[in-house]
Design a binder for this molecule. Sequence first.
Ligand code: SAM
Length: 281
Amino acid sequence: MLSYRHSFHAGNHADVVKHIVEMLIIENLTQKEKGFYYLDTHSGVGRYRLFSQESEKTAEFEEGIARLWQRDDLPEEVQRYVDLIKKLNYGGKELRYYAGSPLIAAQMLRPQDRGLLVELHPTDFPLLRNNFKEFKNISVKRDDGFQQVKATLPPKERRGLVLMDPPYEMKEDYDLVVNTIVEGYKRFATGVYAVWYPVVLRQQSKRIVKGLEASGIRKILQIELAVRPDSDQRGMTASGMIVINPPWQLEAQMKKILPYLTNVLVPEGTGSWSVNWIAPE
Ligand code: SAM
């Protein structure tokens, strides 16, 4: 089943938090001269037109990136993220395009770094390939992203970030994420792993937390922004990132910026945020 298309959701509040966390991790990796490996297991197409039929239909970006676009009081980390998106918008007057996770990374990778973008969807894969053909140190592959974790770790650089962002269309994805991290970690225990998760039904995202707790892996940070309290009705009420081996600054950075993001992205006042260790060092 491959019915999920990220173009309906690009730039929403979940993308904002996901891509800020991704940016902060990559900023940390680029502090050392030595190159690193970036693996995007579920890439999407990499670049989104916000005035496409799909985006306009849901208009989710209006409650995400659009709420940050004109602000002049952004915390510095959020400013750097908005600046990355402004670069795609000819300096940033009008918000027309949004970067997917591969393009956030591609803008930050240096010549000594290497990226692999994996996407399975038969329609999205050619779009992804086309969007990244100019990037010399980035390759694309049509495959199951979970398989590529096993197939490509450990990277020759011995440094890297694995971003795992499945659509969770199938309930098995919750367990697959945990199993794939355990497999990846066996091969590459010093890598950074960042997993996105939605909260639709809280017990589903808890499967990931419980699975990781049981794995014995240490240094697991959970970052979450909720737009509404948990509910058993349809729809995503919150989303988050689980980061294994996070850069040491990430906890403090997110504790600083999440109160701001919660206020600005959820002006209705129903939002909340959290940063917790699933397993400390
Ligand atoms: N990471 C992207 C971003 O932040 O811009 C968004 C990714 S979207 C949430 C999930 C993507 O995974 C979809 O494009 C979907 O087609 C793709 N997909 C679904 N199952 C997959 C699999 N097993 N392997 C690789 N890609 C898959």
